[in-house]
Design a protein around this ligand. Sequence first.
Ligand code: 5AD
Ligand code: SF4
Length: 483
Amino acid sequence: MQKYSVVTFGCQMNSHDSERISDLLEDTGYEATDDVEEADLVVLNTCSVREKAVQKLRSEVGRMAVLKRRRPNMVLAVAGCVAQQEGEKLLRSMRSVDLIFGPDNIPELPALLSQLEQGGPALVRTEFDLEEPSFLMARPRDGRGPTAFVTTMKGCDERCSYCIVPTTRGPERYRGSSEVLEEIRRLVDSGVKEVTLLGQTVDSYIDPESRLAPAPHAGEERARHARGKLSREDETEFPALLYAIASEVPELKRLRYTSPHPRHLTPSLIVAHRELPVLVRHVHMPVQSGSDRVLKRMLRRYSIAEYLERTGQLKEAVPGLTLSTDIIVGFPGETREDFEKTLDVMRAASFTGVYGFKYSERPFTPALKMDNDVSEEEKSERLTELFDLADDIRNAHLASLVGTDQRLLVEGFSRGGGYTGRTERNEIVHFGCSDDPVGQLVDVKIERAFKHSLAAVLLDNIRARPLGGQDQATSKRSLNVVS
Ligand code: 5AD
Ligand code: SF4
């Protein structure tokens, strides 16, 4: 049997695409291997959202070229955003590459491989499926654990001035709500307890099938805000989709989504959070900067006052809800004063998780025309300062949980022995158990806070064990992720 290996760079969207690539290859008769040395087909699933994407790819292709010299029949494919962005150009400088395909061309992979088998030249497919967007169904699989991602939309119509995603992933296309619901139903029937809805701007959802009942209160909220700042295009059918999932798949235990755009955090989405217990008490809401001046130049379309007002209403509606965020430091023109406003917003929103990035110039983006005037050194210093503050906020939050009872979804084994689960707010908790609780919801008492996680004891005395000393196991098929 032919063997394949997928190496994934970047975001959750890419990890999800890698799983779809794996499904297709397995249907075609390939067998997975984590060892690229023995793979007949290697797929590099690339990311271009931040710097040095092409250089990173070049060094990875160089590594594969050495293997190819030893095994000339090995097929080397490049997928993902760098493939989409660079297309044919890559073939000129990376001669060992046999196949280049963009995110929308994944379904064509088996056909492309059989074309290559017949001895054709290197192939490039980077067309967007604009007319009939396809969304490959995530397949329930053994050993994947109790959590799963479900794509609800792809592409992005925002034009954040720093971001390459609208170029590499194309315009927004939404998946029919019946397909979304069917996929969730199948996953839940196969044992999945928690689903994360996935999309570049996941909360801009509009049902192409027009079959969703309006979210309760959506009309009233729209009327109430008709004269306010909220525009019609901010109101989406995302809350309606959440209600449909909650009512049509009531066995689902937890529902998350990522990544939303703050301008769609509308009153009806806030009401959905208040009314739907399946929605977890945690939202990842990218803020990007704390300075209105910088946000304007980023074309983010909200002010910090609006961001804090909406997330504040969300926290009021759902007591104990926590937020995480993405922040870019050193955007062109960002002064020390602007950066301090970012630190202020971190304190004001008490983000319990911060993904911080140094601004990097991306091809085809409007910000390329701006003067990239914050020095690398200054960017690094700001990023360190940002992470120091993020650590302080997170440590205080984790410490405040010691002594509380929490419900965990057990996801797997803990490195130091025992098991690891997540609270609905995404805190990582380690605990001991006499039997295998993976996939179950269990109640624990938090005993200690570490830097990034917590230690707990099961409330069920009969199953409770001290941490450590349990057998380790590895998942049957793990994806090779390089970030
Ligand atoms: N430079 C730095 N960070 C970026 N991101 C997107 N584009 C850039 C860029 N050019 C960050 C944003 C986004 C996250 C996925 O990556 O914070 O939310
Ligand atoms: Fe990029 Fe902005 Fe779209 Fe997010 S919303 S993918 S940052 S353009």
